[in-house]
Ligand binder design. Structure first.
Ligand code: 5GP
Length: 186
């Protein structure tokens, strides 16, 4: 049976890297659903691939017509999970991965109790180092994201699984086996 996986954890914990790693090993395991956001596009990002990049007005309009399963404000920008992305993939028999911050993940669990919530954790020193190294955030934004990371870590207990990303290959393997086990028992 197709499952809905929600992968969360602090900014810089390596959620994207681990998801890509899992799908490289097992491309048919699941598809990543695209979210909508009002944040500025980063170099290399493509509208409709990483995200649907929307103006604040367009985001509001879509909230108004009920297009989002959940939506949040995060570090000064808005992000939302599109119902159409989740339902389209699940209806086609395809498992879905959502990559969300913690509050949105908990909303999804409330609305869809069958969703499998996986928290990607990582030591704070590593978080800081990775956020600086990826050069996509300004210094103030990094401080913001580290503060949010502390807050978000307090909700780890609400997740079905925690994967610690200290060594990428090991973490990819752990994430993959966790997802495979969930698919086997569904
Ligand atoms: P970034 O700006 O680094 O792409 O994403 C910032 C944070 O927003 C990340 O933790 C990411 O997982 C989260 N995020 C991305 N899309 C959504 C969404 O649709 N809903 C929620 N709640 N969080 C999202």
């Amino acid at each position: 049976m197709a499952r809905l996986f929600v992968i969360s954890g602090p900014s810089g914990a390596g959620k994207g890297t681990l998801i890509r790693g899992v799908l490289e090993v097992s491309p048919e395991l699941a598809r990543v659903a695209r979210s909508a956001t009002t944040r500025t596009m980063r170099p290399g990002e493509v509208d409709g691939r990483e995200y649907f990049f929307l103006s604040a007005d367009e985001f509001d309009r879509r909230v108004g017509v009920g297009e989002f399963e959940e939506h949040v404000e995060f570090a000064g920008n808005r992000y939302g999970t599109l119902k159409s992305e989740i339902d389209g993939l699940l209806a086609g028999g395809q498992s879905v991965i959502l990559e969300l911050e913690v509050d949105g993940s908990l909303v999804i669990k409330e609305r869809r109790p069958d969703a499998v919530l996986i928290f990607i954790d990582c030591p704070t020193d590593d978080l800081h180092r990775r956020l600086v190294a990826r050069q996509t955030e300004m210094a103030g934004e990094i401080a913001d994201r580290l503060r949010i990371a502390d807050e978000q870590a307090q909700h780890k207990g609400a997740f079905d699984h925690v994967v610690v990303n200290e060594e990428v290959n090991r973490a990819v393997h752990e994430l993959l086996t966790t997802m495979e086990r969930e698919l086997e028992c569904s």
